[in-house]
Design a protein around this ligand. Sequence first.
Ligand SMILES: [Zn+2]
Length: 154
Amino acid sequence: MRFREKLYRFMQGRNGVDELARFENKVGFIALIAALVFTFVSALLRGRGLETASTVFRILNYVFYGFGILLLIHWIWRVFSRNVSKRQAENTRFLYRKQRISRSIASRKQKWRDRKTHKYFRCPKCGQKLRAPRGKGKIRVTCSKCSNVFLKKT
Ligand SMILES: [Zn+2]
């Protein structure tokens, strides 16, 4: 049997690589690289007689190294897991959170771009985020979500 075929058979019924696996893999390796950098920094500081600062970086080295290793173990365990439905549910939750974060970043960026032309505020009744052009005086705002009408200085 060829290696590819062997691998294919081995991976049957297992979760394999999904978006969460790719993320854990990336973050795990970044943590290990950071740990390595901290080791060098620690040695450099020790060489200059800065004992306390050196110890801080030594501790950072341990923390990042431990975190990276645990994440990579979890990454491998997920890829080879046979409980595919549970792993898929984890991946779905991960994608949902990732989407929520990227949306929140996008809305912050837009808020910053529009800061001179628009005012951002929330509906006092339901908390829906709203925006209105600045410098229009006191205006009547109708909430796009709950239709609540209120006055707002712009
Ligand atoms: Zn509302």
